[in-house]
Write a protein of this length. Sequence first.
Length: 327
Amino acid sequence: MGTKREFGPQRILVTGGAGFIGSHLCARLLDEGQEVLCVDNFYTGSRENLHPLLNNPRFEMLRHDVTMPLYVEVDQIYNLACPASPVHYQFDPVQTTKTSVHGAINVLGLAKRLKCRVLQASTSEVYGDPEVHPQTEDYWGHVNPVGYRSCYDEGKRCAETLFFDYYRQHKVEIKVARIFNTYGPNMHPNDGRVVSNFIVQALLNRPITIYGEGQQTRSFCYVEDLVDGLIRLMASPGDVTGPINLGNPHEFTIRELATLVIELTNSSSKLEFFPMPPDDPRQRKPDITRAQTQLGWQPRVQLREGLTRAIAYFEQMVREQRGATNA
């Protein structure tokens, strides 16, 4: 089974295409000459992320919620629809679970009807607060099923279950990517993610908010690298289903990240410490052996370089907001 068009551009559906990662994926696919149908309900996605794409004749935008069935004709599907930051996914946790579960059912049903390939953007959160380090794809995870993060963690775990059941039962050609912390331009400035939080706070010379002692670790992947991994996974042979970890294996403490952001922004911000939120993972580091061997993929952009690019994006955003306030 493969895509329907063997020659010429593919028509590719990207759900959640107005979001942080989705907008970069749409742009990359257009750069490769594909036709892109971006679907988003704009709950966390932003029209501003899509402004550079709107004049491209191969780009189409559709406002739609993936919890409702979608009737379109496409050759491939990337399913990125779901709030991904704690601030957003905990605001309406029932809807978050619906987006992961009903959304997966709807895109899988579409892929089954069209006999096309479908990729699920899963997450490192399926590992929970891991007892194995670094995390390999065969680790089943350590997840609280009834906590504040469960709507997202368990929703994504259930979505993976659905993808593999459709693969086994209905022979749908699936790809499952487990995405680790990703950052870069187009991030929402108020999404509560650590990189955007720290950069905005530093640019405004406000205290840098750190939970616990800041010794918990994360591995930060620049969005350009992540998108390259998604596209490689989609193009991989049919028997490569995943799940496959996509992330940067270089591990940093949250305190190290804060210090680097302060240095790169030349900020006068000080560190401010708060109690750890419940179920916050202590360690995050992907084992990317599978991605290296099956996709020939590994991240190229190092943290200092990637942060410099992200800071330039947020500097522009802060300037525009100040200009609007002073107008």
